[in-house]
Ligand binder design. Structure first.
Ligand code: UD1
Ligand code: CA
Length: 455
């Protein structure tokens, strides 16, 4: 067969999720279930991809405006056979049709490729799995010679059929022209009153089609019907990612306590990640980056030899080479630290740039600021960037020294190599190389007496 057409079934209700959100929009590794399936489908270079949706309708479609897929609505939902029927108008007779499930997100390429390689004009290929407890699944019924003759659903199965442990994953590959004729003949004369896609197996067998099974690893074909399964799949997904990182040479102190919800686009050599680290969105880590425990990094670029100490949160930021961040630091969006910057405990930095070697070591807020190189910002320094209506900018030029507990009331500029005396409230620009301070004079009251408690 010349081309591949893929149908993703995603119209199911998902009642057991007990959620207002459509099931396939729930996430594994930060990515919607349906997106995992769609991306895997695209890797197979199909000519057409059809997504059968129903529950959650427009909400599902609108979530993925850029996908090149036919969105096919199935309403009402009368079963898996009925679902595939809805997609027939966009599928080609001379194509090989691959059916995937939108709620089976962990399917890897090898079993799919095997499935596609055995399917042919005269061969239907079924992805099956052997289960210790097959309860709830469709069973693969074989004849005395071991040939597949039909699939029987749990609710329609006789007692001896229920003992079969080889079950249907629902994923199959079949020639389009055959599928069309079989689906035309489907009925809903069964325990659930549904049009079962699985009934085409008996039709194929009766016609003398070859039915080949390909067996899949159980984790690959695990589906999501409830939050327990969603949590279990998240674990499988995370441990696969952790193993992949270990293989790439990353040191994970405990692979079971590492989460990546997104893409680690680049990772250097000798990176060390301590326990309970969460990476989200798109993250790049340079060589020899060390990440301490309980750190969250989202959409950030971390340069070579950077150390992020425990309990720090970094979001939409760039951390220059050899910088040190944390413990307990918060780096907010649009922040860029140049090389060898130090950001210490209880420091928040937002939409600011820090030049090379600049230090903000303790208890400070730097927002909407342009801080030069070699600046020392003393403990408790606050840029007062907000006047209640608008945000204003603070500029601190190279080599400046800001004494502890200074408020810089923006817009304001501190010149090159300027010194600000501790405890100052700076409301006007401070000139370069000079000492500027605003501080009331210290005095002592000689004969003052401390009050005593009244009787
Ligand atoms: C189906 C199979 C069963 C298999 C099991 C594997 C049938 C009749 N049975 O059973 O043999 O062991 O999957 O998990 O095919 N869907 C629609 N529209 C519908 C019904 C379902 O799009 O009208 C979609 C669902 O969103 C889901 C998939 O099809 O992605 C499977 O539906 P589900 O109800 O979970 O099928 P099962 O009864 O579990
Ligand atoms: Ca299911």
């Amino acid at each position: 067969m010349t081309s591949l057409n893929i149908v993703i079934l995603a119209a199911g209700q998902g009642t057991r999720m007990r959620s207002d959100r459509p099931k396939i929009l729930h996430t594994v590794g930060g990515k919607p279930l349906l997106q995992h399936v769609y991306e895997r489908a695209r890797e197979l270079n199909p000519e057409t991809t059809a997504i059968v949706y129903g529950h959650g309708g427009e909400q599902v479609r609108q979530r993925f405006p850029d996908w090149s897929a036919h969105w096919v609505e199935q309403s009402p939902q009368l079963g898996t056979g009925h679902a595939v029927q809805q997609a027939l108008p966009v599928l080609r007779d001379d194509a090989l049709i691959l059916v995937l499930y939108g709620d089976v997100p962990l399917l890897q390429r090898p079993p799919l490729e095997r499935l596609l390689s055995v399917a042919a004009t005269d061969t239907l290929a079924l992805l099956t799995v052997d289960m210790n407890d097959p309860t709830g699944y469709g069973r693969i019924v074989r004849d005395a010679d071991g040939r597949v003759v039909r699939i029987v659903e749990e609710k329609d199965a006789a007692a001896e059929e229920k003992r079969i442990t080889e079950v249907n994953t629902g994923i199959l590959a079949v020639p389009g022209f055959k599928l069309k004729t079989w689906l035309d003949r489907l009925d809903n004369d069964n325990a659930q009153g549904e049009y079962y896609l699985t009934d085409v197996i008996a039709m194929a067998a009766t016609e003398g089609m070859m039915i080949e099974t390909v067996s899949a690893p159980p984790n690959d074909v695990a589906g999501v019907n409830n939050k327990r399964q969603l949590a279990a799949l998240e674990r499988i997904y995370q441990s696969r990612q952790a193993e992949d990182l270990l293989d790439r040479g990353v040191t994970l102190r405990d692979p079971a306590r590492f989460d990546l919800r997104g893409d680690l686009e680049a990772v250097g050599r000798d990176v060390e990640i301590d326990v309970n680290v969460l990476l989200e969105g798109t993250v790049r880590l340079g060589h020899r980056v060390k990440i301490g425990p309980q750190v969250v990094i989202r959409d950030a670029v971390i340069g070579d030899d950077v150390e992020i100490m425990s309990h720090s949160v970094i979001e939409q930021a760039e951390i220059g080479a050899r910088s040190r961040v944390g413990p307990f630091a918060r780096i907010r969006p649009e922040t860029v630290l140049a090389e060898e910057a130090h950001v210490g405990n209880f420091v928040e930095i937002k939409k600011s740039t820090l030049g090379g070697g600049t230090k903000v070591n303790h208890l400070s807020y730097i927002g909407d600021s342009e801080v030069g190189a070699g600046v020392n910002v003393g403990a408790g320094t606050i840029t007062c960037n907000y006047d209640g209506a608008n945000k204003h900018k603070t500029v601190i030029e190279d080599g400046a020294f800001i004494g502890s507990d200074t408020q810089l009331v923006a817009p304001v500029k501190v010149g090159r190599d300027a010194t600000i005396g501790a405890g100052s409230t700076i409301t006007h620009d401070a000139p370069a190389e000079k000492l500027t301070l605003s501080r009331s004079k210290q005095f002592t009251i000689e004969h003052w007496q401390r009050p005593t408690k009244q009787r």
